[in-house]
Design a protein around this ligand. Structure first.
Ligand code: ATP
Ligand code: MG
Length: 426
């Protein structure tokens, strides 16, 4: 019978890869905690309408990327393509936004039916950060300062670049949209087919087109800059001043728009040149209207989402995965003979308690001394503890360094922790 395989674009993350994931996840967690952000966890499935009403009916995501299905009750449900909508839904539903500010984050899988390629998958993972109830550019700046700190912690400072823009209020975007459509209509036949379609539905997204012909036409197009309202302009210049003061470097990209309808004012992307076309590792902006649009009290908001696969690909591509992130054991405990099994397990417990954070693998499944040593070697441990009838009788344990030339020694069990600590350099 043919073996069942994973769904195209949905990856298994194998044991060799999980240490890098854990490294990135724990670094992000730690950075976010140091700024006082709180974790929230939402379901992976939501009502389809939530995404239609927030992301927008004529966006790529809603038009052609969502995994939407009817459940057994006939309700239309969707695997979340992003986290902001669900986060707003949850925060509103549980009164988290009532007369207070919030700094929230979440991490988990998202689902989009896109053409799988390097850095683009159908199940992928995002870390999302959402801040509510803070109007000023100070919180926008904080988000960018904390992401800059994260790149520092991950060793990616030299490989990421920040682009920012302001896309104004919906009124200024509307005036700009009209001007853009008037301009582009003269070139209609020369636009790529997606852009032709967007001319009717979502003209701002044409700015984002990957087609060189369309980009050439856009060279002469009016820019949003000329249509901006004063408030958005002031917000943006204060944000720039805050970033300058914090030493966060950026470029202003007046073509930068986002693919989701709910953004306004500040938008930004952290991009890298090292991943080809899938170069955006983190993207976000303000979405002051979304909470109200989803039925809540008017509540300003700003956030971003970071693609974990792309971050990890970047670390791997650049060879920046730290050596300590290899998932290796520190100590491997072998056990020769029946009596040794219980003693080895007890010894393992003692080491785990006595050297917090140490990774101790106790041999299971019997076998010859040679085969146990083979497994010890494969575990990556730097020290093997050898336990047999002789050692048990003598109250000792054989300590054998596996990665250094130091000789094997017999150590009194009462001295073991001290000797081990030295060997493990803790
Ligand atoms: P792109 O222009 O690359 O399609 P997007 O604008 O659709 O990105 P967002 O919806 O803003 O992306 O999601 C934020 C981040 O999530 C992206 O910058 C990227 O790092 C990651 N991401 C988005 N879609 C995918 C995907 N299909 N596979 C892997 N990562 C993704
Ligand atoms: Mg996309």
């Amino acid at each position: 019978m043919a073996k069942i395989q994973a769904i195209r674009g949905m990856n298994d993350i194998l044991p060799e890869q999980t240490p890098v994931w854990q490294f990135v996840e724990s670094t992000v967690r730690q950075v976010l905690r140091s700024y006082g952000y709180q974790e929230i966890r939402m379901p992976v499935v939501e009502q389809t309408d939530l995404f239609k009403r927030s992301i927008g009916e004529v966006t790529d995501i809603v038009e052609k990327e969502m995994y939407t299905f009817e459940d057994r009750n006939g309700d239309s449900l969707t695997l979340r393509p992003e986290g902001t909508a669900g986060c707003v839904r949850a925060a509103e539903e549980h009164g988290l936004l009532f007369n207070q500010t919030r700094r929230l984050w979440y991490m988990g899988p998202m689902f989009r039916h896109e053409r799988p390629q390097k850095g683009r998958y159908r199940q992928f993972h995002q870390i999302g950060v959402e801040c509510f109830g803070m109007e000023g550019p100070d919180i926008d700046a904080e988000l960018l300062i904390l992401t800059a700190r994260l790149w520092q912690a991950l060793g990616l400072v030299e490989h990421t670049r920040l682009e920012i823009n302001t896309i104004g209020t919906s009124e200024s975007r509307k005036r700009y949209r009209d001007a853009l459509v008037t301009y582009l209509s003269d070139f209609r036949e020369k636009l790529d087919s997606d852009s032709q379609r967007r001319l009717e539905t979502n003209p701002l997204r044409i700015l984002d087109s990957k087609s060189p012909e369309t980009q050439a036409i856009l060279e002469g197009a009016p820019t949003l800059d000329d249509y901006l309202d004063d408030e958005s302009r002031a917000h943006f210049s204060k944000l720039r001043a805050l970033l300058d003061a914090a030493g966060v470097t950026y470029t202003v990209n007046s073509r930068l728009v986002r693919g989701l309808d709910y953004y306004g004012k500040t938008v930004f992307e952290w991009v890298t040149e090292s991943l080809g076309a899938q170069g955006t590792v983190c993207a976000g902006g303000r979405y002051d209207g979304l909470v109200e649009q989803l039925g809540g009290k008017p509540t300003v908001a700003v956030g971003f989402a970071m693609g974990l696969e792309r971050l990890i690909l970047l670390l791997e591509t650049l060879g920046l995965v730290p050596d300590s992130v290899n998932g290796d054991a520190d100590v491997y405990v072998t056990a020769m003979g029946d009596k040794a099994v219980a003693a080895a397990q007890a010894l393992g417990e003692r080491v785990r308690t006595g050297i917090p954070g140490s990774v101790v693998v106790t041999h299971c499944g019997g076998g010859s001394f040679k085969s146990q040593m083979k497994r010890a070697d494969r575990s990556g441990a730097s020290v093997a503890l050898l336990l047999g009838d002789n050692e048990i009788e003598a109250g000792t344990v054989g300590v054998k360094p596996l990665r250094a030339d130091d000789p094997q020694q017999d150590v009194a069990q009462s001295n073991l922790l001290e000797v081990l600590k030295e060997l493990l350099d803790r």
